[in-house]
Write a protein that binds this ligand. Structure first.
Ligand code: NAD
Ligand code: TYD
Length: 365
């Protein structure tokens, strides 16, 4: 198979990764997409059922912390670019088990960086010339997908800019900040061409129901309590996941090496207002009396060290690369709720653990 590019996407079986894989596989038939994922609890190959048989798609089950496996993948598939999403991603889990976040997000990212540095130094990319030090627009870039949580917690009405100093407050954001620093350090020290983007909270289909929006949708559906941490006054800036995937496509193709791009939807909501909005959408969809689902709201103990507010200034990516979100929050949330209600089997598989046998059934020989 002759391909224009051989792109390694890590974490492609997860929430955002599966949207990025689907977009690249379908939009770029001349790219070969290698989805590398170790399939933790958050990795679900059922997310990619619709593209798994595409001729330009390959799945590799491997751990980004496994240096030998990473070296092998770069060589076997002549990887010329990386879009790195694999991570431990849930703040609550990082509070109970910080070391697994250090392992994957820091050690794993550096292991992947080493593999890229070595592979590209010896010119094993598609162009067969050394890729280290290539200028803007060149092949061989390492794209690190990161979070706005590295900037810390806002206590006034300001917004996160690309120049905002890092001030991570949770074990999750500290591990992502460390991985961002390592990517930039490899750029400076080894001239590894890289680009970083820091995005706000995503929502949409295929989101593991431990995060706020899918958890609430699933609990409303099952008439279970809706746990709102603290007073529900914390603010998050929500972006539809397919708009994030389109931003990643834009940054990957048009972003300037060495640069950072903030991605967000200018869409701030307090948690409690958001949960009320979801309840009213669900009341209508489930033909419940108005106000019925909101009765499930239950205030629970606050998250330790709970960041008050995140909000992104996405002006740079709009001005310099021409990207902006395509849909409103109301539309995105409506589509999201409809997807979960039409895919209750997906939700039931994820909550029962049945999705974990999909790899063995489809891939293991
Ligand atoms: P997710 O938890 O849904 O998916 C993570 C994926 O990484 C899973 O498929 C998992 O199996 C895989 N993975 C974990 N450890 C691995 C390892 N050691 N080796 C290989 N694969 C491994 O996460 P997500 O919400 O899709 O986030 C993807 C990326 O985007 C993360 O880097 C996250 O920090 C970043 N991000 C997420 C959000 C958000 O709102 N979810 C916002 C901004 C940035
Ligand atoms: P989450 O989806 O975990 O994303 P993050 O912590 O990375 O922003 O949580 C979003 C917000 O919702 C956050 O302020 C914590 C809050 N939250 C609840 O109130 N209840 C819940 O059950 C969860 C999972 C989150």
């Amino acid at each position: 198979m002759s391909t224009e590019r051989n792109i390694l996407i890590t974490g492609g079986a997860g929430f955002i990764g599966s949207h990025v894989v689907r977009r690249f596989v379908t939009k770029y038939p001349n790219y070969r997409i290698i989805n590398l994922d170790v399939l933790t609890y958050a990795g679900n190959l059922e997310n990619l059922r619709d593209v798994e048989r595409a001729s330009n798609y390959t799945f590799v089950k491997a751990d980004i912390c496994d240096a030998e496996a990473m070296t092998k993948v770069f060589k076997e598939y002549a990887i010329d670019s990386v879009i790195h999403l694999a991570a431990e991603s849930h703040v609550d889990r990082s509070i109970t088990d910080p070391l697994s976040f250090v392992r994957t997000n820091v050690f794993g990212t550096v292991t992947l960086l080493n593999a890229a540095k070595e592979a590209w130094k010896h010119g094993s990319g598609v162009s067969s010339t050394p890729l280290l030090g290539r200028g803007p627009g060149g092949e061989g870039r390492f794209y690190h997908v990161s979070t706005d949580e590295v900037y810390g917690s806002l206590h006034d009405d300001s917004l996160f800019l690309e120049t905002t100093p890092y001030d991570p407050q949770s074990p999750y954001s500290a591990s992502k900040a460390a991985s961002d620093h390592f990517v930039r350090a490899y750029g400076n020290t080894y001239k590894l061409p890289f680009v970083v983007s820091n995005c706000s909270n995503n929502y949409g289909s295929h989101h593991f129901p431990e995060k706020l929006i899918p958890l609430m949708i699933n609990n409303i559906r099952n008439n279970k309590p809706l746990p709102v941490y603290g007073k529900g006054e914390n603010v998050r800036d929500w972006l539809w996941v397919e708009d994030h995937a389109s931003a990643i496509d834009t940054v990957f193709h048009k972003g300037v090496n060495g640069e950072t791009y903030n991605i967000g939807g200018h869409n701030e909501w307090t948690n409690i207002d958001l949960v009320h909005l979801l309840c009213s959408i669900m009341d209508a969809k489930l033909e419940r009396a108005k106000g019925e689902s909101a009765k499930l709201i239950t205030y629970v103990t606050d998250r330790a060290g709970h960041d008050l507010r995140y909000a992104i200034d996405a002006g740079k990516i709009e001005r310099e690369l021409g990207w902006k979100p395509t849909i409103t929050f109301e539309e995105g949330l409506e589509r999201t709720v409809e997807w979960y209600l039409a895919n209750t089997e997906w939700l039931d598989h994820v909550t029962s653990g049945a999705y974990r046998s999909y790899y063995d059934a489809q891939y293991a020989r």
